[in-house]
Design a protein around this ligand. Structure first.
Ligand SMILES: [Zn+2]
Length: 74
């Protein structure tokens, strides 16, 4: 997987979507990590775009401040 400088249009759009929106069709799930207990449970799912190589993280947390979809630069 190469270093992607620019996100493709689908990924760029994804960053503006809400938590309940679905990943676009070229995003393949890499892993999901679960956090919390009881009603304070949420998960973070990491995807890679098969078009542009961008790695995107999604949180299901309703308490999350900021975008629900963001680019993982790690
Ligand atoms: Zn992409």
């Amino acid at each position: 997987m190469g270093m992607a400088i620019n996100a493709c249009p689908s990924c760029t759009k994804q960053f503006g979507l809400k938590s309940l929106d679905h990943p676009h069709g070229r995003l393949d799930e890499i892993m999901t990590v679960n956090f919390g207990t009881g009603i304070r449970r949420w998960s973070e799912t990491t995807y890679v775009c098969t078009d542009c190589g961008t790695i995107i993280v999604h949180t299901s947390s309703k308490a999350h401040v900021g975008p629900s979809w963001w680019r993982d630069l790690g």
